[in-house]
Design a protein around this ligand. Structure first.
Ligand SMILES: Nc1ncnc2c1ncn2[C@@H]1O[C@H](COP(=O)(O)OS(=O)(=O)O)[C@@H](OP(=O)(O)O)[C@H]1O
Ligand SMILES: [Mg+2]
Length: 398
């Protein structure tokens, strides 16, 4: 990829596919880098210094931390600065209800401080920080501005500020996922994976990543030696890219040291590895175990939190991702949008279990999803898995 200057004055040309969404992509990748560094800091404080604020429980009992709200505020602020608040519509996971409670003042100050600390270092990526630190009201406004409910027309961003919060609070894998949807189709996907290890063997939850984590350095700008990466792709480009996550490197110039990524060439089930959620509650391990057996998969499943699973497929570190949630669970668009386009542009296939593309045009949920999600490096593996699902679905307890 050719190096471009880091200013944002690129004019979008509808006729040149290379230039379409050029500014959106650059801003989104930079915002995700900033968010990754924010999360690394909060996770280090939370896990190793015991000082990353409380882990709160949401109404559905899932965890949420200072990082979730801070990333949402930071990304929302960066997008609004770049494109004008009136032009930015965002569907995102968090709201300000819990933060606005009278007993949440310490939590709220911690979010405001985290956002301002993060924005003060954003100039590394060519992002102009606010002239004075954001006030509490501005931070709340940035979070609550992300109240779009998506839909079939127009343009909106989709943000999961911390996907895999359970992995995050356990010192393990998590992702920051940002996508742009236009007229119901994902046109850009950016996935930040701050703990992605350059040695793929360390991805597996069963390896106790947390114990290894503290020994891994952050990647250097050109080094690819430590941990952390940002993946991105533009719909229709047939290319997907990966950048190492750097730490305050002043030499960062878009697109920095981006490398193309490709899905794995393995199509023999015997050699293939499948990944799935860590939590049994999120996807049936017994159902996928049966599928794996019937298709001839021999390797142990790679259980990884969050959309890092999509990253693993796009990077060629695993061949299959399956998620079969319990009946009645409705998948949210922010848990999939960025990952789907990155895998597809890296050469892979992503559909529901009926072979239909995931539908990002029906609001916050992936409406009409047939049984589960199957992402594969190639169509041959994908067809085998779909056939196996058909053969065993009726006897499953899902
Ligand atoms: N019951 C149930 N079934 C299926 N999926 C659920 C369920 N509950 C939550 N979620 C969503 O799953 C997101 C994390 O999914 P993963 O596939 O990464 O699962 S796991 O964390 O590895 O177990 C997770 O994203 P985050 O909330 O951002 O962590 C949820 O949106
Ligand atoms: Mg999520």
């Amino acid at each position: 990829m050719e190096k471009k200057s880091s200013n944002w004055v690129a004019i979008e040309s509808e006729s040149d596919p290379d230039e379409r969404y050029a500014k959106e992509l650059e801003v989104a990748v930079k915002a995700v880098h900033v968010a990754c560094l924010l999360c690394q800091k909060v996770q280090e404080d939370l896990i190793f210094n015991g000082d990353g604020g409380d882990v709160q429980a949401k109404d559905d009992n899932s965890p949420v931390t200072v990082a979730d709200w801070s990333v949402q505020a930071t990304v929302s602020w960066i997008l609004s600065q770049a494109f004008g608040a009136q032009n930015v519509s965002i569907v995102a996971e968090e709201d300000i209800e819990a933060l606005s409670k009278s007993n949440a003042t310490t939590l709220l100050s911690s979010v405001v401080k985290t956002v301002n600390d993060s924005l003060s270092t954003a100039s590394t990526f060519g992002i102009q920080p606010p002239p004075t630190p954001l006030e509490t009201a501005q931070v709340l406004e940035a979070i609550s501005r992300c109240n779009s409910t998506g839909g079939p027309t127009g343009r909106f961003w989709v943000l999961d500020p911390v996907d895999g919060t359970l992995g995050f609070v356990r010192g393990d894998q998590y992702a920051i996922a940002l996508a742009l949807v236009e007229n119901g189709e994902v046109v850009l996907g950016v996935l930040g994976c701050p703990n992605y290890p350059m040695n793929k063997e360390w991805l597996n939850y069963q390896n106790g990543y947390r114990r290894i984590l503290s020994r891994l350095s952050k990647s250097s700008s050109e080094g690819w030696d430590g941990k952390g990466c940002v993946l991105y792709a533009k719909r229709g480009s047939k290319k997907a890219w990966m950048q190492p996550l750097v730490n305050g490197d002043e030499g960062w110039v878009w697109p920095n040291s981006a490398r193309p990524i490709k899905v794995s060439a393995i199509d023999n089930p015997v050699l293939a590895t499948f990944c799935e959620p860590v939590e049994k509650a999120n996807s049936s391990h017994s159902f996928t175990q049966g599928l794996a057996h019937s298709v001839g998969l021999r390797n142990q499943p790679l259980r990884v939190y969050s959309m890092v699973k999509y990253a693993a497929i796009a990077r060629g570190d695993a061949e299959i991702f399956m998620k079969f949630a319990r009946a009645g669970y409705k998948e949210k668009i922010w848990d999939h949008a960025a990952g789907v386009v990155i895998i597809q542009e890296a050469g892979g296939v992503v559909t529901d279990a009926g072979g239909r593309p995931l539908d990002f045009s029906k609001g916050v949920y992936l409406q009409g999803l047939d049984r589960g999600i199957i992402a594969c490096a190639g169509s041959s593996l994908h067809e085998k898995i779909m056939r196996a699902v058909d053969a065993s679905w009726n006897s499953s307890s899902l």
